[in-house]
Design a protein around this ligand. Structure first.
Ligand code: SF4
Length: 921
C-alpha cells in the first residue's frame, strides 16, 4: 500500500513552499510582519521572519514565531453544518455546501423581501483579507441595499478613523514606521507597544540604543512593559487624555511653538480649537490636577514636545476605546497641526491599528458608516460613482448599524438575520451577555469560521467552514498603509472555502450578477480599479486612497506583488510607486485642501464609579495571546507566559475589598460578572483594575470580561468604552483550589471554576470548588477516570491540612497528576510540566511528586518569561544573583532569554531592576 501523502493537494506553489518557504504576512497585529513559512517533509510548518519585508526585516515577535503551532486541524470546522430537528431535538449536523448555501441565500432573501434590506446584517472582522471584505461590502451595500455591515474593527480603531476624517477630510494615516526611527521624540499614548505591537517597539528600542538622546514618553494609566524603555512615564488618570493634549496645545501656542505659515496656508479652525483648549487647560497646574500627574513631569513633557521638531505621537486602543475617543484623537492631531509637524520625515500623529487588516477593511468601506474606496455613504456623487462602477441594483443610501447598535437591534427583533464572519462577538463585544440574548432570539444566525466550537458558534443555525491563515490567499494592509500578500502554502482542509468565495456563492444564489470571480486576484483588481474610478479633481471626487498602479494585475503579477504603501501609481517608467508619507505638499482631503483643527471639550468617561461599583475596569491584551485565543490558545509555547485570566489591582485595594494575591475574585459590573485570579505588579493605580480580553467560554468556565464592559460608545465613532467600566471586586469563596495536568481530558462535573491551558503533550486545568471534597482519593480517581486498583497510582494526603496529591503513571511515564489544597499557593506547574516530556520517570521524580517539589536544585524554572527558549523567572533570577549579571545582554548571553524575538526584554529588564534594587537596599 502506498503511504498517504501529508498534503495530497499541494499545488506547484505549495511544493515550492516545502523547499524554499512561502512569503506571506503574519495574521495577528497591525504591524503586518512578513513571514517565511516552510512546510517540512513531516508536514510541520517552520516559521521565520521575512528578511526582505520592510515592516520587520526578518524579525518576528513570539506570537508570529509560534504560528507553526497553530495550523494543525484540531478543533477545525471542516464541513458545513446546519441546525436540524430530529424527534423534537435540535442538533448541528453535517450538510452539503449546496444545502448550506441555499439555506443562507433563501433565508436572507426572504427576510429582505418581507421586512426590507435593513432587517439583515453582516458582522465581519479585521481578520478578513481585503478581498473577503470587498465582496462582503459589495453584497451588502450595493446589492442587498443596506449598510448594515459592521466589523470588529469598530471595537479597536473606529475613533482613529473618525478623527482622521474630521481633521484630514479622509481616513488617512500620514506617517510610516520609519518615522518612529527618525523622530527625536516618540510619544506613545494608550499603547502597550512592547506587548501589543512588539516589532514596532523593538524598532524603537534599537534606535534608542543607537541614539540614546532620542526621547521616549509613554502616556498610560498603567506602568506597562513599554515603560521599561521610557525616559518619562506619565501615568495619567484614565480618560483624561483630552485635558492633557488641550493643555499641550495651549502651552505650544503660548511658547512660540506654532508654525504660523503652515497654519495659515494649510489649516482651518485654530481659533475655536484654542478657545476650547484654553477654557479648561491653559493652566498647567490645573491640567496636572485633572490628569492626576506630577506638574513637573507634565512640564517636562510639554517642553520636550515644544523643543523637538521631529515628534511622532503614536496612539492605540487606550485612546480609541473611549466615549470621547474621537476627541482624544483630534486633540493629538491638533498639536501636530499647530506645529506643522506632519507630512515630513520623523513627525506626525500615528494611529497604530490592532488587527492585521483593519486598514484593508477601511479601504473597502467595511464599517457601517463608510462606502467603498474611501467614498462616503452620505455623498450622492460618491454613491452614484460606486453604483455605476458596481452596476449595483440597490445602493444603501444611509449609514447602517454600528456593532453595539446592531446587536441591540437584533435583540429588539429589528434585525432578523445576521451573518458573522471570522469573529467571536459573544466574547469580544461589550455587554457580551446581551449579545448572547440577541443571538438566541435571532431568526437566522449564520457563522463562517475556521474553528468548530466557539462561544458564538453555539448560537448558529448554519456554520460555514472557512479557510484559515496559510490556506487562504489575498492581501492585508498594515498600520502604515502597506499592502502585503497573504499567500497560501497549505491545502484547504476538509471542505473549507475562502470567505470571498462563500460570499460570492450566496450572492449568486440570491440572484445577483457581479459576483462571478474565480480567483482572489480578480477581486483585488476590481477593488484597485474602483479606487481609481472617477478619482481626480476633474470629477470633483479626488481621493488620496488610490491603487491605480495595482489595477490589472493578473495571477502571476498578483503572486509576485511586493509589499507596497498606498497611494500607488504607475510611474512613466512603468514602475509601481508607493508612498511612504502623506500630506508632504500640505494638501489635505477636505474640499479646500486644508486640514481642520477640531475644538475638543474634555469630558470624563460616561459612567462614574460609585459606592456600589467603586473601581474602574480597564481591559487589554497580554503579550502572548491574540483576541479570543481560538488560534493562539492552541500553542503550548504561548500558553506559558500568562496561563490564566487575572484581575490586576493595587495591593491596598485588594486589602480594602477583601481579596488576596493568588485567590480567585468575582468582578462584577451592572452588566455582568466574571471570575479571575487576583494579582499585583501590573503597575496599576489605586481605584483601577486591569483584566485581559482573551479568555472565553471554551478556555475558562467564567472569564469573559466582555460580559462586564459597559455598552457606552463614542458618539462620533461608535467605538465602545472598553477602558472604563465601574465594577466591584469581591472574594470568590471556594472550599479548595487545585490543578490537574493530564494527557487525557479530565471530568469537570464537580468543579466550580476552571481554566484550560494547552500544554506540550498534556492538558492543564486550574480548578477551584465550592463543595468540600469528602474523599480526596475517590474524587481524584473519578476526575481522571482511573481505576486505582489496577493503576500505578501514587498519592499523598495531609488530611488535617486538606492537602492532597495524586499521580497516575502508565508504563513509567507520567499520565496525569492532581494537586488539591484549601489555599491557592500550590506547587510549581512548570516543573510538573517538564515531567511530561520524559519517557520515563526517575525515582527522584516520584519522590518529588509526592513531596510536591523537585529534589534537584534548579529543576523548578518558575513561570515562563522567555517563551521562545522556555526560560523561567526562577532561572533568570538565580543566574542574575549567582553570576552577577546586570544587563539584558548578559542574561541573553548566559541563558539565551531575550535573544530571539525580544518580546520578553522589558520583563528581563524589570527583573534586573528589582534584583539590583534588592541588593543595594
Ligand atoms: S509584531 Fe508580532 S503579532 Fe504583530 S505582525 Fe509582527 S510578528 Fe505578527
Amino acid at each position: 500500500m502506498n503511504p498517504v501523502p501529508t498534503f495530497p493537494l499541494l499545488a506547484a506553489g505549495q511544493l515550492a513552499a516545502r523547499q524554499h518557504g512561502t512569503l506571506t504576512t503574519c495574521p495577528y497585529c497591525g504591524v503586518g510582519c512578513g513571514v517565511r513559512a516552510t512546510v517540512a517533509g513531516d508536514g510541520q510548518v517552520d516559521i521565520a521572519g521575512d528578511e526582505s519585508h520592510a515592516s520587520n526585516a526578518g524579525r518576528l515577535c513570539v506570537k508570529g514565531s509560534a504560528l507553526g503551532e497553530t495550523v494543525d486541524l484540531e478543533g477545525r470546522l471542516l464541513h458545513p453544518q446546519m441546525l436540524v430537528e430530529n424527534d423534537g431535538r435540535q442538533s448541528m449536523q453535517r450538510v452539503s455546501w449546496d444545502a448550506a448555501l441555499d439555506k443562507v441565500a433563501h433565508g436572507f432573501r426572504s427576510i429582505v423581501e418581507q421586512h426590507g434590506p435593513d432587517a439583515v446584517a453582516l458582522y465581519v472582522s479585521g481578520q478578513l483579507l481585503t478581498e473577503d471584505y470587498y465582496i462582503a461590502n459589495k453584497l451588502m451595500k450595493g446589492y442587498i441595499g443596506s449598510a448594515n455591515i459592521d466589523t470588529n474593527s469598530r471595537l479597536c480603531m473606529s475613533s482613529a478613523v473618525a478623527g482622521h476624517k474630521r481633521a484630514f477630510g479622509a481616513d488617512l494615516v500620514p506617517v510610516c514606521y520609519e518615522d518612529l526611527e527618525l523622530a527625536d521624540l516618540v510619544v506613545l499614548v494608550g499603547s502597550n507597544t512592547a506587548w501589543c505591537h512588539p516589532i514596532l517597539f523593538q524598532r524603537i528600542a534599537r534606535i534608542k540604543e543607537m541614539r540614546p538622546q532620542m526621547k521616549l514618553v509613554v502616556i498610560d494609566p498603567r506602568r506597562t512593559a513599554t515603560c521599561e524603555l521610557a525616559d518619562l512615564h506619565l501615568p495619567l488618570k484614565a480618560g483624561s487624555d483630552v485635558w492633557l493634549f488641550n493643555g499641550l496645545l495651549s502651552f505650544l501656542a503660548r511658547h512660540d511653538a506654532a508654525d504660523a505659515g503652515f497654519i495659515e496656508a494649510h489649516t482651518d479652525g485654530l481659533a475655536a480649537a484654542l478657545e476650547a483648549a484654553e477654557a479648561d487647560c491653559a493652566d498647567l497646574a490645573a491640567v496636572a490636577k485633572s490628569c492626576k500627574l506630577d506638574p513637573q513631569d507634565l512640564l517636562t513633557f510639554y517642553e520636550w514636545f515644544a523643543t523637538n521638531e521631529k515628534v511622532v505621537t503614536a496612539f492605540s486602543q487606550g485612546v480609541n476605546q473611549s466615549s470621547s475617543g474621537t476627541d482624544k484623537v483630534n486633540s493629538i492631531i491638533n498639536c501636530h497641526l499647530l506645529t506643522g509637524r506632519i507630512g515630513k520625515e520623523g513627525m506626525g500623529p500615528f494611529s497604530i491599528t490592532g488587527q492585521p487588516n483593519a486598514m484593508g477593511g477601511r479601504e473597502v468601506g467595511g464599517l457601517a458608516n463608510m462606502l467603498a474606496a474611501h467614498m462616503e455613504l452620505d455623498n450622492p456623487q460618491h454613491r452614484q460613482a460606486v453604483q455605476d462602477f458596481w452596476q449595483a441594483p440597490r445602493m444603501a443610501d444611509r449609514p447602517g448599524l454600528k456593532a453595539v447598535d446592531l446587536f441591540q437591534a437584533i435583540e429588539a427583533g429589528r434585525v432578523k438575520a445576521v451573518w458573522i464572519i471570522a469573529t467571536n462577538p459573544v466574547v469580544s463585544l461589550p455587554d457580551a451577555d446581551q449579545v448572547q440574548r440577541a443571538l438566541a432570539k435571532c431568526e437566522l444566525v449564520v457563522v463562517s469560521d475556521i474553528i468548530e466550537k466557539t462561544d458564538t458558534n453555539a448560537f448558529a443555525h448554519v456554520l460555514l467552514p472557512a479557510m484559515g491563515w496559510g490556506e487562504k490567499d489575498g492581501t492585508v494592509t498594515s498600520s502604515e498603509r502597506r499592502i502585503s500578500r497573504q499567500r497560501a502554502f497549505l491545502p484547504a482542509p476538509g471542505e473549507a472555502r475562502a470567505d470571498w468565495q462563500i460570499l460570492c456563492q450566496v450572492a449568486q444564489r440570491m440572484g445577483y450578477a457581479g459576483f462571478d470571480f474565480s480567483a482572489a486576484h480578480q477581486v483585488f483588481d476590481e477593488h484597485a480599479r474602483l479606487s481609481a474610478f472617477r478619482n481626480g479633481d476633474a470629477f470633483g471626487l479626488r481621493r488620496m486612497f488610490n491603487l491605480a498602479g495595482l489595477s490589472g494585475l493578473g495571477q502571476a503579477a498578483f503572486d509576485a506583488l511586493q509589499p507596497v504603501q498606498w497611494p500607488i501609481v504607475t510611474a512613466a517608467s512603468g514602475e509601481k510607486q508607493g508612498t511612504a508619507r502623506l500630506f508632504a505638499d500640505g494638501r489635505f482631503a477636505h474640499a479646500d485642501g486644508k486640514a481642520r483643527f477640531v475644538a475638543t471639550v474634555p469630558r470624563a468617561p460616561r459612567h462614574a464609579t460609585d459606592s456600589a461599583y467603586p473601581l474602574s475596569l480597564n481591559t487589554g491584551r497580554v503579550r502572548d495571546q491574540w483576541h479570543t485565543m481560538t488560534r493562539t490558545g492552541k500553542s503550548p509555547k504561548l500558553a506559558d507566559h500568562v496561563p490564566e485570566s487575572f484581575v490586576d489591582m493595587h495591593p491596598q485595594d485588594a486589602l480594602l475589598y477583601g481579596v488576596r494575591e493568588g485567590m480567585l475574585a468575582r468582578v462584577a459590573s451592572r452588566w455582568g460578572s466574571m471570575v479571575a485570579r487576583v494579582q499585583h505588579g501590573g503597575g496599576i493605580a489605586r481605584g483601577s483594575i486591569f483584566v485581559p480580553i482573551h479568555w472565553n467560554g471554551q478556555s475558562a468556565s467564567d472569564a469573559r470580561v466582555g460580559a462586564l464592559v459597559n455598552p457606552v460608545v463614542d458618539p462620533v465613532s461608535g467605538e465602545p468604552e472598553f477602558k472604563h467600566t465601574p465594577v466591584l471586586v469581591e472574594e470568590f469563596r471556594v472550599a479548595w483550589y487545585g490543578f490537574v495536568l493530564s494527557r487525557r481530558l479530565p471530568m469537570l462535573d464537580d468543579v466550580t471554576h476552571w481554566t484550560r491551558i494547552q500544554g506540550r503533550r498534556f492538558n492543564r486545568y486550574e480548578l477551584a470548588g465550592r463543595s468540600p471534597i469528602a474523599d480526596h482519593g475517590a474524587w481524584a480517581a473519578s476526575l481522571l477516570d482511573v481505576d486505582v486498583a489496577d493503576a500505578d497510582w501514587l498519592e499523598y494526603q495531609d488530611a488535617s491540612a486538606g492537602i492532597y496529591r495524586a499521580v497516575h503513571v502508565v508504563d513509567d511515564r507520567i499520565d496525569a497528576c492532581v494537586f488539591l489544597s484549601p489555599r491557592p499557593d500550590l506547587p510549581s506547574r512548570a516543573w510538573l510540566a517538564s515531567l511530561f516530556a520524559k519517557d520515563r520517570l526517575e525515582d527522584a521524580d516520584r519522590v518529588g511528586l509526592l513531596l510536591g517539589q523537585p529534589i534537584a536544585k534548579g529543576a523548578d524554572t518558575g513561570p515562563t518569561v522567555c517563551s521562545c527558549f522556555g526560560v523561567g523567572r526562577n532561572t533568570i533570577c538565580t543566574a542574575v544573583r549567582t553570576q552577577g549579571l546586570s544587563t539584558v545582554a548578559q542574561v541573553t548571553a548566559c541563558l539565551k532569554a531575550g535573544g530571539n524575538c525580544g518580546s520578553c526584554v522589558p520583563e528581563i529588564k524589570k527583573l534586573l531592576t528589582e534584583i539590583l534594587a534588592e541588593e543595594t537596599a
